[in-house]
Design a protein around this ligand. Structure first.
Ligand SMILES: Cc1cc2nc3c(=O)[nH]c(=O)nc-3n(C[C@H](O)[C@H](O)[C@H](O)COP(=O)(O)OP(=O)(O)OC[C@H]3O[C@@H](n4cnc5c(N)ncnc54)[C@H](O)[C@@H]3O)c2cc1C
Length: 614
């Protein structure tokens, strides 16, 4: 018995277990209670749902709202928009399903107290863009969390889920999850009939621009640590579009958002010589991707591509032209409030660098890549679609159920559905919650059984990094260097370097090829071997150790998918230098992967993209 396995084990039974109390998780808890009045709904969250998740700091706009009550947009329009932005490849059934329900979620947010800005002339919600409405959103997350708290039977904060549990009587059926409390160190075994994973996306897979002391300054939250992907992957769920990492144009160093600037302030970009550079690249982009360059709005990745090409041509930095807009007091207020509502750090960066956007056009930068499923990107789990709408090969069970029975997902977890954002992720949580209730009710007495030996074994595995540290620390040769363990930060930096240099990060200008990916895979395998020797000197470091494990699993999936797709579908997100063009003949399809937990092998396949909407 290890030094740390004597820790207390707490058993929690539930009907529905929601992992992650962000936007998807809160939606799932809310809707599970609505349809399952008598069910036990448990939320488990590694932080505190009051201020957890990608947008814990607040938002200034809800980016997915149709406005059907005023006939502003229809769900079909949103599907066309997302499909266009993702260069043709989205799950139209899932996207449509979110779009047809998302307005009702936003109306509930307003009822619960979220201040939504109104257009004084029309009385409608103030639009920032075709899909975005403006909010006073500093308290967006606490408002949503309150609804989830009231809906859930129990919320367990500060518990990091490390593994899913499978049913001992029936293969491929989920039975719960395990994790540990990051404050008191207790081990938790959650037994549940249905599990909804809503654990957000992944930052710190690729090396960020800011390293050393500044490494926490990334666009995507540093605590979004890929559990949404690693948990399902390890139990054999199929994943899709994991190669579709996202790269964003943001204000330099603070990663302040640009949406309100482009859409509401109507600012434009220019190169270092004050020129509009995008038309310069039109012909060469057309060579690469054909007619996709003529689509409106121009897909996000193609605009990134023009930016990158211009900088490579030596005409950077690219700047946002703010001087004109900031002369208008209304626009100046919106420009600053936009940061104060969600990215205060950008205002601080400008202050510290003597940048007054009235006097200086601020620099933009292309971010490092992130893995997520709810923004202008769609990595995630392969999910069954809505019964009334999905083509038959997109349906094998309950809506939003993965290829593992009883395992559902929402938000960044689910692949193929870009542009759902906060409101769409919450809505997808609601869809998954409703579906999970139906699944639980249909189960009747056929309930999943836990394998107690497996739980005991996992307990030893979970605390092993603390044991490694306790035993190995006496051998420290200097500072933090030990011959018998690596610290989580060492492993993280090694991972980021591998992904950055071989899988298309910033240091290769987002470029990779088969030999680079092959070498990346070799280095990842060596890193995986060393993960058995991570040392954690505290519960905090134990959490870092498990976050690293989840990031490494996800990185492997990203690398395998990137290798499989032999084309450059999204120039500006990444480039397969050995297949530099978009290839609709062979690759107008989804990429699917499955890790087999029995054999330890991965299998890749293609799945058709069904265009349901014209
Ligand atoms: C920088 C940024 C800006 C954005 N701006 C906008 C915007 O302006 N408007 C808009 O509408 N949307 C915006 N979005 C999108 C929106 O934030 C996401 O779509 C939404 O948060 C996704 O919901 P989710 O539930 O998948 O993930 P999250 O909301 O991130 O929630 C995931 C939750 O899971 C928890 N968790 C993770 N791992 C574990 C684990 N192992 N165990 C237990 N708990 C775990 C996390 O702590 C977190 O609470 C933005 C996103 C980012 C990153």
């Amino acid at each position: 018995m290890g030094l740390f396995t004597s820790r207390k084990t707490v058993f929690v039974d539930s009907d529905i277990l929601v992992i992650g109390g962000g936007f998807g998780g809160c939606g799932a808890a809310y809707e599970s209670r609505y349809w399952g009045r008598d069910l036990k709904v448990v939320v488990v969250e590694k932080a505190n749902i009051e201020r957890s998740g990608a947008v814990a700091q607040g938002l200034y706009a809800i980016n997915c709202y149709m406005g059907m009550q005023w006939d502003e947009n229809q769900p079909e329009d949103h599907v066309r928009y997302a499909r266009n932005d993702l260069m043709g490849l989205v799950r139209e059934d899932l996207g449509y399903d979110i779009a047809r329900h998302v307005d009702s979620s936003v109306h509930m947010f307003e009822e619960w107290g979220l201040p939504i800005m109104l257009d004084k002339e029309t009385g409608r919600y103030q639009r920032e863009g075709k899909w975005q409405i403006m909010i006073h959103g500093e308290s967006y997350k606490p408002i949503i969390a309150e609804a989830a708290r009231k809906a859930a039977t129990e919320v367990y904060n500060r518990i990091m889920v490390t593994h899913l549990l499978m049913d001992k009587t029936r293969p491929n059926r989920v039975a719960g999850a395990v994790g540990f409390n990051v404050r008191d160190g207790n081990f938790y075994v959650f037994r549940s009939k249905a599990v909804i994973v809503a654990a957000g996306g992944a930052s710190h897979i690729f090396k960020p621009h800011s390293v050393g002391e500044g490494m926490g300054r990334t666009w995507y939250a540093p605590w979004s640590s890929a559990s949404a992907y690693a948990l399902p992957i390890q139990v054999g769920a199929k994943m899709t579009q994991m190669e579709n990492r996202i790269v964003l144009t943001r204000f330099k160093d603070g990663y302040g958002p640009v949406g309100a600037y482009f859409l509401h302030l109507k600012t434009t970009t220019e190169n270092a010589y004050g020129e509009n550079y995008e038309p310069t690249w039109y012909d060469s982009i057309k060579e690469l991707v054909g007619d996709y360059v003529d689509h409106q709005p121009v897909p996000t990745c193609l605009r990134n591509h023009a930016f990158l090409q211009e900088v490579t041509a030596g005409r950077g930095p690219i700047r946002m032209v703010t001087k004109e807009a900031f002369k208008d007091p209304h626009k100046e207020t919106v420009g600053w409030e936009n940061f104060l509502g969600m990215t205060i750090g950008q205002a601080v960066v400008w202050a510290s660098q003597n940048i007054d956007p009235k006097e200086t056009n601020p620099e933009l930068v292309m971010s490092e890549p992130y893995v997520m499923g709810s923004h202008a990107t769609c990595s995630g789990a392969w999910a069954s679609g809505p019964e009334d709408y999905a083509p038959s090969d997109y349906q094998w069970g309950y809506n939003r159920m993965m290829t593992v029975e009883g395992l559902f997902g929402a938000g960044d977890t689910i692949g193929g559905t870009a542009h759902k954002f906060s409101s769409g992720s919450f809505t997808e949580g609601r869809i998954a919650g409703k579906s999970a209730v139906r699944y639980v009710k249909d189960l009747g007495s056929d309930q999943p059984q836990l394998n107690e030996t497996e739980c005991e074994d996992l307990k030893a595995v979970v605390y092993q990094p603390m044991e490694n540290y306790e035993v190995g620390r006496n051998e420290i040769v200097a500072g933090t260097v030990s011959p018998s363990y690596i610290l989580p930060i060492h492993g993280l930096q090694r991972l980021e370097k591998i992904m950055d240099e071989y899988v298309g990060g910033t240091s290769t200008n987002y470029l990779t090829n088969e030999p680079m990916l092959t070498r990346g895979m070799e280095l990842l395998s060596m890193l995986k071997e060393d993960l058995d020797h991570i040392g954690a000197d505290s519960l905090h470091q134990l959490q870092r150790a498990w976050e690293l494990q989840h990031r490494v699993w996800t990185s492997e999936s990203v690398t395998r998918h990137t290798m499989f797709r032999e084309e450059t579908r999204w120039p500006g997100y990444y480039y397969r230098a050995d297949h530099p063009k978009l290839d609709d003949t062979d690759w107008h399809c989804f990429t699917l992967s499955r890790y087999d937990p029995e054999s330890g092998e991965w299998a890749m396949e293609k799945a058709p993209v069904h265009h349901i909407i014209d």
